[in-house]
Design a protein around this ligand. Structure first.
Ligand SMILES: Cc1cc2nc3c(=O)[nH]c(=O)nc-3n(C[C@H](O)[C@H](O)[C@H](O)COP(=O)(O)OP(=O)(O)OC[C@H]3O[C@@H](n4cnc5c(N)ncnc54)[C@H](O)[C@@H]3O)c2cc1C
Length: 405
């Protein structure tokens, strides 16, 4: 008789797990709390779904599960989708997207394949409890009970709760004895002092952004920074946000607005600009180098005014040095953490030390975890979905073949 497997959560990792288990001949049921499966997939990559990345490197992944990268290295995202009739294309940065250009075709491919394999997808079923008795597992959705030989917990984390991920499975996992590392929002804007960013609201600039924890630089990202009413945003901020969420108010963000030049080159550029534009208001000094509003705000922050003539304000070397220091590393205090509603992923989740190499809960045979439910998260660029497809497929196979291994 085929093994019965319950998958909790019909998101990216749950659908991948269901397909893999069914391909091994298991009888699979997905329990999804929302009226439809895969809601979050439709929102990914601004509706285009950045489903993977050609440049798979360990530095793009974080968390306590030590075997995550090895699982991903053995997984071929392109092939996974090609085998279900979905073609991909890759951009210059290595980010993979569906060839159709729409996330809906990714969800369709997963749903078609799951349906072909006879996976039962039960929606509007929120799992409220899990119990093991002998070699069987029981999942409870209110008064209804489902039994199985193995359970795959693929209920995601707490990020983007509008997609069904409210963290409701974490207390259930804790009750079973698993350690759950406190979930924190990641891949989200970084809140800062509104007075320093509000005047720049809506502006984007290329920069090197560094997370400074207790005065020490712990990570630098290059890319576009966006200013909002009360936060710093953009992909490089998203990638730093897991650090700021962890260290909170001990953190500052330093922005280098001239990352392509050496210190000596920057000093020379400034001297030249003062020669060329010395009679103009200081606020206009940098408009040939940076977005005009940024130049004005930075000059005002460094020199107290942007109205006086640039030559007057900057004739002395210390004033030039001060402006240069601001341009190369103006600090923004981190004033808090964005909400889960603003976050794309969850840092934290089931701790690596509670899981075996097979992503099975230690001491709870037959309970497997995958996707964001595990304390593994990736940078922007398709890395999070890579983890979901790879870990889902991996546990699907493990769960289906457990007795044969
Ligand atoms: C706006 C946005 C854009 C993103 N863009 C990208 C991108 O382009 N590339 C990328 O790699 N990553 C992206 N991500 C991250 C990526 O979508 C997630 O990491 C990934 O979807 C997580 O998959 P998962 O299977 O772990 O969980 P989810 O996909 O979140 O699925 C979990 C499912 O479990 C269900 N569930 C939860 N609790 C229960 C319960 N108790 N009982 C039953 N069902 C339950 C939920 O309703 C949900 O359907 C994006 C995220 C967001 C929010």
């Amino acid at each position: 008789m085929s093994r019965r497997i319950l998958v909790i959560g019909g998101g990216a990792s749950g659908l991948a797990a269901a397909i893999a288990a069914a391909e091994q001949g298991a009888s699979v049921t997905v329990l999804e709390r929302l009226p439809r499966v895969g809601r979050k997939i439709l929102l990914t990559g601004n509706g285009r779904c950045n489903l993977g990345n050609e440049h798979l490197e360990a530095r793009h992944f974080h968390g306590t599960y030590p075997h995550a990268f090895a699982i991903m290295q053995r997984f071929d995202t392109k092939r996974f989708f090609r085998e279900m009739g979905l073609y991909t294309r890759t951009d210059a940065e290595g980010r993979m997207y569906p060839a159709s250009g729409t996330a809906a075709s990714v969800l369709d491919a997963l749903r078609f394949r799951a349906e072909q394999l006879g996976v039962q997808m039960l929606c509007d079923r929120q799992v409220t409890g899990l119990r093991q008795a002998g070699r069987k597992w029981y999942a409870f959705c209110g008064d209804t009970q489902f039994s199985a030989d193995a359970v795959i917990a693929a209920a995601g984390g707490s990020a983007a709760p509008n997609c069904g991920t409210d963290g409701s499975l974490f207390p259930i996992l804790r009750q079973l004895g698993l350690t759950v590392i406190q979930p924190r929002p990641a891949l989200c804007p970084i809140p800062t002092d509104p007075a320093s960013v509000k005047p720049l609201k809506g502006i984007r600039v290329r920069a090197a952004a560094s997370a400074i924890v207790d005065g020490k630089c712990v990570r630098t990202e290059h890319g576009e920074v966006q200013f909002t009413e009360s936060a710093l945003s953009g992909i490089c901020m998203f990638n730093l946000s897991r650090i700021t969420a962890m260290h909170g108010k001990h953190t500052e963000i330093a922005l280098d607005l001239l990352p392509d030049y050496s210190d000596a080159e920057c000093a020379e550029i400034l001297r030249e600009l003062v020669r060329q534009r010395g009679t103009l208001p200081a606020g206009d000094l940098l408009s040939g180098l940076l977005p005009k509003r940024i130049g004005e705000v930075w000059v005002k922050a460094a020199l107290g005014t942007a109205h006086a003539a640039a030559g007057e304000l900057l004739h002395a070397e210390p004033a030039q040095r001060h402006l240069l220091e601001m341009l190369r590393g103006r600090r923004f205090p981190v004033t808090g953490t964005a909400s889960f509603a603003q976050a794309q992923v969850t840092a934290g989740g089931a701790a690596g030390q509670c899981l075996t190499k097979s992503l099975e809960a230690k001491g709870l045979p037959g309970l497997f975890l995958c996707g964001e439910a595990v304390d593994t998260d990736g940078d922007c660029g398709g890395y999070n979905l890579t983890w979901c497809w790879a870990s889902g497929t991996y546990v699907g196979k493990q769960a289906a073949n457990q007795n044969n291994m």
